[in-house]
Design a protein around this ligand. Structure first.
Ligand code: FAD
Length: 413
């Protein structure tokens, strides 16, 4: 266990992808540093568990999005983590009984047309809620909104069209066979991380920065803050003197909600490996299901937005019960006895995340740059929400940590 130093050159707050990226970038410099982490593990919103002895489950991030530009790909290769390049199920291998081919094609056409309208609207630089670019009366609108709940963790009425427009996605998505969270654990293994170290106050009023934690006080010359926006906005971590512009920026970039559930599947029959099950439900309140991920005998469900919140608030088991109902409605009642709930995520109740990933509220697209800006050459900010184009992702978070560490190094006396 890393003991808490009383004094250090650089304190990094949070050992998620951003904090780990920052720490690696400081390795080899002359600066001493420590990562202060409230949990008893690294990875933050990257967390792999074994849901059963033979079922790997990423409770948080799972996909190496924009894999051709994703800095975790070379890290995985260097750490000998096998990369699976199978195309994602949301575009391939769809079970047609729940969503007939011609209907699916119609849906995808309308989804694409919506994105084109939103992109065109963003060209005038005026920020508006993205739902304004749904075609009035289009029968697919609720399901286009469901896609937003998966991608943004939020319905389109709370999503900034300008922010949505600058998100970069090369549409190449790979996975790590042993889990994205497991990769982060390996990536963080050699770093000095003080666990169970919940930071409550960053006092930058004096000559050095004083950091109050649940394990005692640390003083530092510089601090890199990587905690999720919902914690900054709610002042779960406080600054003295107060930083109202950071609180305002964080509040404009709330974490939406996405939750996953893992169900063991007895006798998968002829279901496709890495298949997709989604119904033409015409509802926003619906899950998406990944069949037999990596060929494992299980189904992973994914829910987002207000519906995910409602299910999480209903308590443990609600996500699994809803998933079994939806799957049985598509594949038949036989599936009720074939499916066994294993584990579900509860990201909005997680005290050190309070949500899943950030989106900008309408009118707040410029807040990512405000949140990312250093204060007085001593406080630096990273985390997925500060990434200009890869926000909401693990690689965007990691790269932002590296960027913040470079800012620190550039100011070395
Ligand atoms: C369900 C779900 C699915 C996702 N899917 C994908 C995906 O497929 N691909 C992808 O790229 N991304 C995905 N993401 C998003 C991705 O996981 C995050 O964007 C990324 O992990 C965020 O990293 P971070 O370092 O910015 O924040 P975090 O991982 O949240 O790290 C911040 C750290 O700060 C710690 N902390 C908080 N408060 C304090 C405090 N007061 N004192 C000390 N420490 C504190 C936290 O414990 C945490 O470890 C998903 C997320 C979720 C929840």
């Amino acid at each position: 266990m890393v003991s808490l130093p009383s004094s250090i050159d650089v304190a990094i707050i949070g050992a998620g992808a951003a904090g780990l990226g920052a720490a690696h970038a400081l390795k080899g410099s002359s600066l001493s540093f420590v990562v202060l982490e409230a949990r008893d593990r690294v990875g933050g919103r990257g967390h792999t568990i074994m849901a059963a002895p033979d079922i790997t489950f990423d409770l948080g991030c799972g996909w190496l999005h924009s894999a051709d530009r994703n800095s975790f790909v070379s890290i995985a290769e260097a750490l000998d983590f096998e990369i699976d390049r199978t195309l994602p199920p949301w575009s391939e291998r769809v079970v047609a009984t729940a969503f007939p081919q011609h209907e699916r094609e119609d849906f995808l056409r309308e989804l694409h047309a919506f994105y084109v309208r939103a992109e065109e609207a963003a060209q005038d630089g005026r920020d508006k809620p993205a739902n304004l670019y749904l075609e009035p009366g289009n029968r697919w609108n609720p399901m286009i909104d469901a896609v937003s709940t998966y991608v943004n963790g939020s319905e389109l009425d709370r999503v900034s069209v300008l922010d949505m427009d600058v998100y970069e996605d090369t549409e190449i998505n790979w996975r790590v066979r042993r889990g994205y969270g497991a990769l982060m654990t390996a990536y963080g293994a050699t770093l000095p991380v003080a666990f169970d170290c919940n930071v409550s106050l960053i006092d930058h009023g004096g000559k050095r920065v004083r950091i109050e934690t649940s394990r005692g006080t640390v003083t530092a010359d510089k601090v890199i803050v990587t905690v999720p926006t919902n914690l900054i906005a709610a002042e779960a971590i406080r600054f003295h003197p107060a930083l109202p512009e950071k609180i305002d920026a964080a509040a404009g970039l709330p974490l939406g909600l996405a939750n996953k559930v893992m169900l063991a599947l007895d006798d998968p029959g002829d279901l496709p490996k890495d298949g997709n099950l989604r119904g033409a439900t015409m509802r926003t309140e619906m899950g998406g299901f990944h069949l037999l991920p990596f060929g494992q005998h299980c189904i992973e469900g994914f829910f987002g937005g207000r519906f995910a919140q409602q299910l999480e608030d209903a308590g443990e088991g609600a996500l699994a019960a809803e998933s079994i109902d939806e799957i049985a409605s598509f594949l038949g009642n036989d599936y009720r006895r074939k499916l066994t709930p294993l584990k579900e995520s509860r990201w909005s109740h997680d005290p050190f995340a309070r949500g899943s990933y950030s989106h900008a509220l309408p009118g707040h697209a410029g807040k990512r740059a405000v949140l990312a800006a250093p204060v007085d050459g001593r406080l630096f900010f990273a985390g997925e929400a500060t990434s200009p184009n890869f926000f909401s992702t693990a690689h965007g978070a990691r790269d932002s940590g590296e960027r913040a560490a470079k800012e620190v190094l550039a100011r070395k006396p």
